[in-house]
Ligand binder design. Structure first.
Ligand SMILES: C[C@H](O)[C@@H](O)[C@@H](O)C(=O)COP(=O)(O)O
Length: 206
C-alpha cells in the first residue's frame, strides 16, 4: 500500500477514535460537531461528512478533501464548517487535527460573553491561559470570520482552543484524540466554574 493511502487510513482511525471518545465523554450528542485530521505531506484532510453523528463515523463515510473543497474520496458532502477546518490547516502547517463540539457547560458559559477562566490547577497547567470566547452571528464560521480566530491563535504554546458564543468548543491538537482531550478539559473547567458559582450563591443565601 502506498504511503498516502496509509496516512489516510491512520487519519481516519484517529478521527473515529476521537469521535467515539467525544460521545462517551458527553462532549457531543446527536449529529452536531465536526472533526478533521490532516493527512501529512499531502495538502489533504479527512473530515466528518455533514449530518453524520460522531458515533456513526466509519472509514466509508469520512470525506477526504483538499483545502479548496475538492473531494478526493467519498460521495458525501464535507461538514458545513469546512471553512474553519480548511483555513486553519492552510494557514498553520503544524496543526494536526481540529475538534468542534457543542458541549453544554461550555456553551452555557459563552452567554456571559467573557473568556473562560482556568480555575483548577490542572487546567492552568495544561491550558495556560483563559479560553477566548468569540462571537459570530452565523451558525457556521464564514471566511471573513477566520480573522478573529487567527488573532487569537497562540502559536507559542502550540495549544489552541476557542469558545464560540452560543455554539461550542473548537480545540486544535497534534491528533484528534489530543484535541478531544483538550475539549474535555475545557468542558470540565466550564462545569467546575458553574458549580463554583452555584455553591457560592447558595452559601450566601444560608
Ligand atoms: C450549526 C451547525 O450545527 C454547525 O455548528 C456545524 O458545525 C455542526 O456542528 C454540524 O454540522 P455538520 O454535520 O455539517 O458538521
Amino acid at each position: 500500500m502506498d504511503i498516502l493511502k496509509q496516512n489516510i487510513i491512520a487519519a481516519k482511525d484517529d478521527l473515529i477514535l476521537a469521535a467515539r471518545r467525544a460521545v462517551s465523554s458527553g462532549l457531543q450528542t446527536g449529529t452536531g460537531g465536526n472533526i478533521s485530521v490532516r493527512v501529512p505531506g499531502s495538502g489533504l484532510m479527512v473530515v466528518k461528512a455533514s449530518g453524520v453523528a460522531f458515533d456513526e463515523c466509519v472509514h466509508d463515510n469520512i470525506v477526504v478533501t483538499d483545502f479548496q473543497g475538492n473531494v478526493q474520496e467519498g460521495n458525501l458532502k464535507p461538514t458545513q464548517e469546512f471553512v474553519l477546518h480548511a483555513s486553519l490547516y492552510e494557514k498553520y502547517g503544524n496543526i494536526g487535527a481540529i475538534v468542534h463540539t457543542h458541549s453544554p457547560y461550555s456553551i452555557a458559559w459563552t452567554y456571559t460573553k467573557k473568556d473562560l477562566p482556568l480555575i483548577t490547577q490542572h487546567a492552568m497547567l495544561k491550558l495556560k491561559h483563559s479560553i477566548p470566547n468569540l462571537s459570530y452571528d452565523t451558525p457556521t464560521i464564514p471566511k471573513e470570520g477566520m480573522l478573529e480566530i487567527y488573532k487569537n491563535m497562540d502559536e507559542k504554546s502550540g495549544l489552541q482552543a476557542f469558545l464560540l458564543e452560543g455554539h461550542g468548543i473548537v480545540a486544535i491538537g497534534k491528533s484528534a484524540v489530543k484535541a478531544c482531550q483538550t475539549a474535555e478539559l475545557i468542558e470540565e473547567t466550564a462545569k467546575i466554574v458553574y458549580l463554583d458559582a452555584v455553591l457560592k450563591s447558595t452559601l450566601k443565601e444560608l
